[in-house]
Design a protein around this ligand. Structure first.
Ligand SMILES: Nc1ncnc2c1ncn2[C@@H]1O[C@H](COP(=O)(O)OP(=O)(O)OP(=O)(O)O)[C@@H](O)[C@H]1O
Ligand SMILES: [Mg+2]
Length: 252
């Protein structure tokens, strides 16, 4: 089972958008996929249309696994949203932060829960990380990743800030080579945007940079309707396939 974090220390750059569309794509190539929503905004949960008809009252959040008084297991958290595609959402990540923060083996606690997904036959678990800079939840996810996918918004300040992710990983004693894939996102048809794409190639190893994802309102629309881009717009999906294929190659 491959564990993949969608991570960047900057907010609003496409982590959730890419995580849910790639999760959907993987499920379509017959992989059993779990998208673990680690952001209290629950964007990727909602982008997949999980609670489109009102939030289900009886789902179990990932955070509840860390509350010893609740006798729940990860199987209870799985919400089937499509064939082969499951979401694990959350309810109270602040309490989970506190619990992990108090435990010096937080990463191990996290690992133990995730390992159960392997036993359930999952091929991939994708972590949609929050933009929070200080987060034991994000740190635990990063420590439990075989790959980190780094979405980078094509804006010069955002690109330079993304380069700092490697330093942050080093602080966590994570080998920065775990960043296996960089996705330039929101590519506009301007000279500025093309120049910024070149900057991405300069800063990161070109072999791990995918095709840029174009800036298209169709991505936002699709997420509002609870649909993946593959279900919402065939033409945009065709372009996105280039990026998707490279991601699959890089994360294995
Ligand atoms: N390629 C794209 N073209 C147009 N809009 C996009 C694209 N990618 C993402 N967006 C839009 O940008 C906004 C931010 O995207 P998203 O929520 O995926 O970012 P994020 O990094 O997960 O944000 P956060 O840090 O808040 O979790 C959303 O409205 C989304 O629809
Ligand atoms: Mg997000």
């Amino acid at each position: 089972m491959e564990r993949v974090s969608f991570y960047n220390r900057k907010g609003g750059i496409g982590k959730s958008t890419l995580a849910y569309n790639i999760s959907f794509g993987l499920s379509k190539i017959n992989k059993k996929v779990c998208l673990l929503d680690l952001d209290s905004q629950k964007d990727s949960t909602n982008f997949l249309g999980t609670f489109l008809n009102g939030e289900s009252k009886d789902y179990v959040g990932f955070d509840e696994l860390f509350d010893a008084s609740k006798k729940v297991s990860i199987e209870n958290c799985l919400i089937e949203v499509r064939t082969n595609l499951y979401v694990i959402s959350n309810r109270d990540l602040r309490t989970m932060e506190t619990i992990l923060g108090k435990n010096i083996r937080a990463e191990k606690m996290f690992e133990e829960k995730i390992n159960k997904l392997k036993e359930l036959g999952f091929d991939y678990v994708l972590y949609d990380c929050s933009p929070s800079l200080i987060s034991k939840i994000n740190d635990s996810a990063l420590c439990n990743s075989d790959s980190i996918v780094l979405p980078v918004q094509l804006q010069s300040a955002a690109i330079r800030a993304s380069a700092n992710v490697a330093n942050y990983l080093a602080e966590l004693y994570i080998d920065p080579s775990v960043i296996k894939c960089v996705i330039p996102n929101m590519k506009k048809s301007t000279k500025e945007s093309t120049k910024n794409l070149e900057l991405v190639y300069k800063i990161f190893d070109v072999n791990i940079v995918t095709e840029a994802v174009k800036d298209k309102t169709r991505y936002t629309e699709a997420s509002k309707y609870g649909k993946s881009i593959f279900e919402y717009d065939k033409d945009v999906a065709k372009e996105f396939m280039e990026t998707f294929r490279k991601v699959v190659n890089l994360i294995g």
